[in-house]
Design a binder for this molecule. Sequence first.
Ligand code: TPP
Length: 481
Amino acid sequence: MADTERILEARGLYATFPRKGGSAPRATHYCAGCGHGILHKLIGEALADLGLQDRAVFISPVGCTVFGYYYFDCGNIQAAHGRAPAVGTGMRRVLPHAVIVCYQGDGDLASIGMNQTFQAANRGEGMAVLFVNNAVYGMTGGQMAPTSLLGQRTVTSPRGRDPANDGYPVHACEIINQLQAPVYIERCSLADAARVQKARQAVRKALRIQAENKGYAFVEFLSPCPTNMRSDSAATTAFLIEEMEKEFPLACFRDRSREAVPRTSPQPCFDRAALDALFSEGAAAATPAPTARGVLRVKVAGFGGQGVLSLGLMLARAATQAGCTATWFPSYGPEQRGGTANCSVVIADGPIGSPVVSTTDVLLALNRPSLERFVGDVVPGGKVFYDATVGDVTLPDSLEATAVPAFELATACSAAKAANTAMLGAVAACGLAGIPRDTFRAVVGHSFAGKPAVQVLNQRVFDAACDWIDTHPRRQDAAGR
Ligand SMILES: Cc1ncc(C[n+]2csc(CCOP(=O)(O)OP(=O)(O)O)c2C)c(N)n1
């Protein structure tokens, strides 16, 4: 490799960053002159030089940085708009050795995510927050951001930002600087080579604080966005130096990195005893923790209004009451009623890596469209319970299918809306995950504890479904027999 090529090599970044659609392997999605590209290189280099690639988790939320995982050769995770501090908090608390990097734009951090930022800083979370202030919402086309300058023309402030209407620019460093916990707060600029050198040192300091487990570091970077400023590179540089720096002076607001004492014990994940007391179901007696059950992935699906989400919640509750770990992950259609709804429940005898269910062990389908949509995800040997109103279906021979007359059973108990509870009864009677039937029944009781009449009806429906399963030993198999 020629020396010049070695100089250009961006350490800590992937060698190529191909994306969907087959773009050129090293083509970035950043515009010419954008500060993100410069900062990416500084961060990549620092991660490599400090030996942090194996420990680092780079969190890219919404904004131009959304594709961070195509660039950084380290752990990566994407977060919803403004939520990097929450995701970072969770990651850091379960992975105390991780180096968390929250990389956020001004719209992301100082608007939708401001409170998250403030609270994480106030808790002194172990994370380096790298804040890219380009004074506009870049990705969406140059709308006014919380940091847009007074008088600045943007797509949504065509006559210039007017404080009477739009308020004043938000100074993130100064806000964070009121708090006791942060260890390091600095504002830098990416406007020219000399400033980039200072920014480089700030990136390294923020990451070193993480490597040494010393706490919260916040660095703001005034950053060029020539595309949205509709200007060339020289004019953008002038804007940064002559206008942005007046409003946002470059300064080190705080540096306690030398005297800060490294955290020796991880911050607690949560107070297990307090949470147990808070969410105690009371009615159900915990049974001994099941062993060697592995992981069971359940998908519950139907129309909105059929109680799909509550059915999943009752399953998850029964599982935790039985001593398992469980997650419940709802997915809503846009409509409240009539649209589709589904949720994923994962039940395990240990920690659960992800609440997402893509391949399914057990499918509970309350209507035909849901059965058709999700049955292809059920693993061979998996179980499918579907409402008998679905009618004739041809399912793969490899599945154990049961057509449960859930709606019919519920209607017979004068509780037509409780078909979901009937489905729960059927599943409970079949011994899902080895959870005792009584545990499920107690959860039904607890779920309707505030409405005694509804509670009685639902327990009746539950019992009817259990009886139905008990008296129908030859359940319908995949061929509909
Ligand atoms: C919850 C939510 N609201 C709004 C959007 C639309 N959105 C996408 S990017 C963006 C602005 C990001 O601006 P900024 O954080 O300044 O980053 P930049 O693109 O300038 O780097 C917005 C509002 C979204 N994706 N999600």
